[in-house]
Design a protein around this ligand. Structure first.
Ligand SMILES: [Zn+2]
Length: 132
């Protein structure tokens, strides 16, 4: 075991439940916002899109590639995806661990961004890389 793992305070069930609750609440808010964007901008295809998007958000994003609705919902959908990934990590007991370097993300960061998948330094590195 690395030092990081040993010294890390385990989250209590209560803390974990609170995190799950806030993640689910945020996910629902995002879905409502996405539905609204689709209703206002996708016209007749709205119902088809709503079905695809809940089942397979990656596929829906690909289908929307050419559409103007995409710009409205892309960020929201990406946040939904990271929330869903955070929920999987919670189930696996891996929640709060940085995807890239494996260190435990600081609780203060998780409080602000509960679905954070990376520690601050790895997140900054990836954003820098994305910007080119
Ligand atoms: Zn990291």
């Amino acid at each position: 075991m690395t030092k990081d793992l040993k010294t890390r305070r385990r989250m209590t069930t209560q803390e974990l439940e609170k995190i799950i609750e806030s993640l689910l609440k945020r996910e629902e808010e995002l879905w409502l916002a996405i539905e609204e964007d689709l209703r206002e901008n996708a016209g007749k295809e709205y119902h088809d899109l709503m079905e695809t998007i809940r089942d397979d958000s990656d596929k829906a994003l690909a289908e929307l590639e050419e559409s103007t609705v995409l710009s409205y919902i892309k960020l929201k959908l990406e946040e939904v995806q990271s929330i869903q990934q955070a929920l999987v990590r919670l189930k696996d007991g891996e929640y709060g661990r940085c995807l890239d370097c494996g260190c435990w993300i600081r609780p203060a960061r998780l409080q602000v961004v509960p679905h954070a998948a990376r520690c601050i330094s790895c997140q900054e590195a990836i954003e820098k890389w994305l910007r080119g």
